[in-house]
Unconditional design. Structure first.
Lengths: 184, 265
């Protein structure tokens, strides 16, 4: 008997998760684990630690789904933020940053690409290509803020740029990112 | 501040990136509730960041899924334990003796209880029609319990006899969830089979028990899938026991492609 492939809408999935459906949880895991594992890996830079982060994230997701509703934004945003924050908390607590600071952050993206074999879904390949065009200083600022959880002050100190520049560069970076996605 | 002006301030981007200070966060949230179009703008920023994040997708290691499921199950069981006591099932371990003995004990206890119910029923015979019906229901349940009790006390007697070896036959690759038990008396060489988990055979087919000695199969007889404990042919010596699905009445030698469960001794 071949399994029937069910597709849930976001609303259905959230409702089922809140009612503690195991099937819904498995669906969630099957559909989102690569995205979330990818983020975790990128942030902590270690497959072993990323596995722990992913487990912790899914447990938090399960325990806190009652607090989620669509007013808070899309489900993926919520899942991603939980994962991202769990990973960032980890690297902060380890003072990981001491070692990371010694690596050139601009190269981190390249390092990850060559060592890890990312499995991208078909529609991500176009995205990946588009994103290659992002200027290095924009990659850096997104990396430091979104993926590593640096504060504005820390970025300002690290890159030796004034606080105001941090803000304007963020805006420029995200604008650029957005237009690269649209043009695809 | 007007919403257009706010869009160019870079505060939405800072907020999305997690860079906003406490005052900046409050300002953004105030602006968001005042100007709904800013929410769309913010969502668009989130969307680009998320798409960017997706380019780093990586397949999680296969074993991780069961680890995560395990933790979730644990949470659920701990939650349930707070309301009703849950007896966890040992999934991977194959030692059936303890849960079998425990369930036999429980059945003996419930059988004793049912004897008690039976005597109470006799006293209530003079009551109204409603009670008459209730009496019939209880009597029906009791006879099932009584039959189960006899069957299980048979199992139990076999189990406690030290000359009996309990051999658990486990499912082959295509029949992983199946199992059955053989009790083999090392003194009398009597063999009993206990159907624990086998699917109903199709029409015209029957399960047959085999003993295997030095690679040669020995017929131990066919058995009825519906009856749980059945006496089979005596087996003097064996290296393994197995069950195959054969035509009704059995065959002189086993159809090896119809091997359901097997145990090596």
């Amino acid at each position: 008997m071949s399994p029937v492939k069910i597709k849930y809408t976001e609303e259905e999935l959230v409702g089922l998760l809140k009612s503690r459906s195991k099937e819904a949880f498995e669906y969630l895991y099957d559909n989102y684990s690569s995205a979330l594992f990818g983020i975790a890996s990128k942030i902590v830079n270690s497959e072993e630690i990323a596995e722990d982060i992913l487990q912790d994230a899914f447990v938090k997701i399960w325990n806190n789904i009652q607090n989620y509703n669509s007013e808070k934004g899309r489900l993926f945003t919520w899942l991603l933020n939980i994962t991202r924050n769990t990973a960032i908390d980890h690297i902060r607590s380890l003072r990981f940053r001491q070692d990371q600071k010694n690596q050139k952050i601009e190269n981190t993206v390249g390092i990850i690409d060559s060592n890890f074999n990312t499995v991208s879904k078909v529609d991500h390949i176009g995205l990946k290509e588009a994103v290659q065009k992002l200027r290095p200083e924009y990659v850096t600022i997104i990396e430091m803020s979104y993926f590593k959880g640096y504060t504005q002050e820390e970025i300002s100190n690290e890159l030796n740029i004034p606080l105001g520049t941090v803000k304007t560069r963020c805006r420029a970076a995200l604008n650029e990112l957005r237009s690269l996605m649209e043009v695809r | 501040m007007e919403s257009e002006e706010f869009k160019t301030s870079g505060l939405l981007e800072s907020y999305a990136l997690g860079l906003a200070s406490e005052e900046e966060k409050k300002l953004v949230e105030d602006m968001l509730s005042t100007y709904p179009e800013l929410r769309e703008e913010l969502n668009s920023v989130y969307q680009s960041l998320e798409n960017y994040a997706l380019t780093f997708s990586r397949e999680a290691p296969v074993k991780l899924k069961s680890k995560v499921s395990g933790r979730i199950n644990q949470i659920q069981e701990e939650g349930a334990a707070k309301t009703t006591p849950v007896i966890p099932f040992a999934k991977k371990k194959t030692n059936l003796r303890f849960p079998l003995a425990a369930s036999v004990t429980l059945f003996i206890m419930s059988a004793a209880f049912n004897f008690l119910l039976y005597s109470k029923w006799q006293k209530a015979e003079d009551r109204t029609i409603a009670l008459e019906k209730e009496k019939e229901v209880i009597a029906g349940e009791f006879s099932i319990q009584k039959a189960d009790y006899h069957r299980l006390s048979g199992d139990y007697n076999l189990m406690i006899d030290p000359a009996n070896r309990m051999i658990v036959m486990k499912g082959t690759e295509s029949h992983l969830s199946m199992n059955s038990i053989v009790f083999w008396n090392s003194v009398s060489h009597e063999v009993f089979v206990n159907v624990t988990s086998l699917p109903e055979p199709p029409q015209g087919k029957q399960y047959q028990l085999w003993a295997l000695k030095a690679g040669k199969p020995i017929d131990a007889g066919v058995f009825d899938f519906k009856k749980s404990l059945q006496k089979m042919k005596k087996i003097e010596s064996a290296d393994a026991f197995a069950v195959t699905l054969e035509d009704f009445g059995g065959k002189p030698s086993p159809s090896l492609d119809q091997l359901y469960v097997i145990a090596n001794i």
